[in-house]
Every structure is written in C-alpha cells, then in structure tokens.
Ligand binder design. Sequence first.
Ligand code: ZN
Length: 454
Amino acid sequence: MNKIKIYSTMSRKVSELTPMEEGKIKFFVCGPTVYDFPHLGHAKTYTQFDFIVKYLRWRGFEVNYLVNITDIDDKIIQRAKDRNIGWRELADEFEKIYKDDMAALHNTAVTKYARATDYIENIVSQVQRMLDKGLAYCTPDNSIYFEIAKFGGYGKLSGRTELRKDDGVSRIDNSDQKRGWNDFCLWKASKEGEPSWDTPLGKGRPGWHIEDTAITETEFGPQYDIHGGAIDLIFPHHEAEITQMESVSGKEPLVRYWMHTGFLNIGSEKMSKSLGNFKTIRDILKAYDYRVLRYLFIGNHYRAAIDFSEAALEQAKNSLARIDEFIFNKVDVNFDDAADEAAVEEAKAKFHEALANDLNTPQAFAVLFEFIRAQNMKEKSGRRTFEFLSQINSFMDFMKFDQEKSDAFIEALIAERNAARAAKDFAKSDEIRDRLLAMGVKIYDSKEGTKYRM
Ligand SMILES: [Zn+2]
C-alpha cells in the first residue's frame, strides 16, 4: 500500500509521514472551551480528525490521540456569572454535553481528554522556566507575559507576527502594561471574585496558549508528531505554542506536522435563514442522521472550506442513499464473486492511493462512485465488494449495513451457513459467520439449532 503523505502548514508541502518513533504517532488536537453547546464548526473539525486518526490506525499506526478541554477561561467565568452558578459546575456541564455530542457523531477515536486545570503544576513550571530564561516578564498588575521580541522564531508557522482586522480583538490579550503590543499572556493575575490558583507565580490562572504546551509536554514530551486544529487557530494560538515550548525546551521543531482543517461557512443570507435553527450539533442531529454529517465532512477534503447549506446536506444524504442502496440491493454473499475480484482490487488500489495522498477523500469518493456505477450494471456483487465497503466503513463510519438486520435475512444467512457446514465447506461457513459478525450479529450453535443475538 502507498506510503502516507500529509501536508504540513509549516513546510507548506506534502511529504511522507515519518513519526519520531516508528509505527507510533503522538497526535494532539486543540479541543473545545466548554461554556456553550458545540456548534457545526466543532462537528466538522472533530469529525475530520476522528476520521484521520481512525485511518492512521487502520494503516497500522499506534496513535495516541490527545485532545484538551479548556475548562478555565474568561468566557466560562462570564457565563457562570450570568447563570449564577460556579465556573466548575458550568464547565462540567458543557464538557459532558460536548462528549455526548461527539458520541452522537460517532467521534470515538480520542485516547485521552486532558483538562487544562489538571495541569496547573506544569503550567506554572513552564511559565517559571520562561521567567528564568528572561523571556517572560511580570506586569505591575501581577500578570505574566511572553516578550515576543525575545524569540526569533515568532511567525514561522503563520508567516506573520501581527494581528489582522479579521483576527478579532479578543484573540490578543489587551493590556496597557505590556512591553510589546502583541506580547501574549501566560499567567493572568486574578481579579476579585474570580477563580484562581495560589502558586509561586502568585494568585492567578493560566493564559490561553499555555495549557496546550503544558499538557503536551506532560503527556508527550517537548516534541511530538502531529498538532491539529481548525485553520483559524494558526495565529496567534499555534504560533504562541511554538514560541512557548521551543523557547522552554530549546528543542525544535515542537511538532513534525501541523494539520489544519478548513472553515465551515454558513455564509449567505438564504442559508442563515433556512438554517437559523441548526447552529448546534444537537439541533442538526434532530433533522439529519449522524451518517449524513459524517459523509459531508469526510467526503470534503479536510483542508478545504465547506459551504454548509441545506442543499449540501441533501446532496450528502442522496450520495449516502446511493451507497446504502448499493449495499442493500447488490451485495450478496451467496454470489460467486470471482468475476468482480479484479474490479474490487482495482478500485481498492485507487481508493487507497487517493487516501494516502494527504487524505484526498474527494478523489477516493470519485473512485468509489465509479466502482458502484460499474457494479450496478451487474445483477449482483459478491463478498469481496462487501469486504471492501466494510473496510472503508471501519475508518469512515457512515455506511449502513444494518438494513439487512431483518430476521428473515439473518435466518437465511444462518441456514446457508449450516448448509455449508453440513457440506464441510468450512471456508464458506466461516465467511458467512464473519459477515454476520460485521453486521453485529453473533451466532451460537446449540443442540436446538443455531441461535443469534444482535
Ligand atoms: Zn489549543
């Protein structure tokens, strides 16, 4: 199978994926700030990374997939105040909602979720190391900032060192006590009534960027393989992470590959009108099956922007229906499949070639639909087609094999398996058993005959 190549925002090139340790990938993705319901942008980002991680695992890599949970932040404090509850209570509530929504989307690849507040000790240690090296300074109001002028590498990921209008003011910590106007905050002195940690740095709480490097240093070490996130995090957030970790450790690069997912646009007026009530993941899941969303997000290239609209959803739904219909009507385990073996092998090779090339899913899907078109000309397709599709499903997770879960269909398969066993055709009986297993049906042989359970 083709070697995997991925694009890195740092090198601006597609190159072979070679992890620091052979066969193992340390993969960190910026997680949510838990103060509100996750929206469709979150659905896109995390579904695409879920697919990427599942694909890498399917290709044999052992992937340690780490996602942080920002559970302390200005927005959390403000929202908790508004609702007259504690910040911890609010963060816990929305962390649970976030995880429930991810489960509903079948985003199940995460190895570990790391809460910022569980890493205060290393956050303090990192800030202290920057102070010791003279790279950070304390302001009169007892906050601590990184002095960008002291790190020559600032800007190497994004190609810029300054804010643009569209960055939004909240992205740079405003303070008239900073030395450099774009210096970023490492440690915020606590105001009266705000949550704070009593540490050698003084009473305060972490800045936005420091939690990621404190978490990844603890879990992975000072350098690791892949850092992912949505494209709008490149500047200043990821730039700040590089600055912090590389200046603390003296080692570069912080990561080998930077993977960024494209925007989700809900742009035109027409769309915002018709999709006005579809802002959150749970809203849209009331109207569309999770499979439609997965298909839409995975079928588009992860680096491309998606123009989200009802038309795009309907189109995804229709494409998915074509795949479902094909599986339901054409794929038949009884069919002698020697004839489609060559066609399956060819489609498989092209499909995987596309995926290995920076996860080119649009091209892979073009191959798949071409294959389905050709197979539809035949009366039936066999076991190898079924295997190919269930292989794809194991890392994309949106095909539907369970239309077949009718009792009659299952019983027919079991009868056929028993006939194969009686004829001592164990290869065939094992195949049927495996197909049933792939459908989520487990069979048990007993004196009274074969029974099954879903
Ligand atoms: Zn982050």
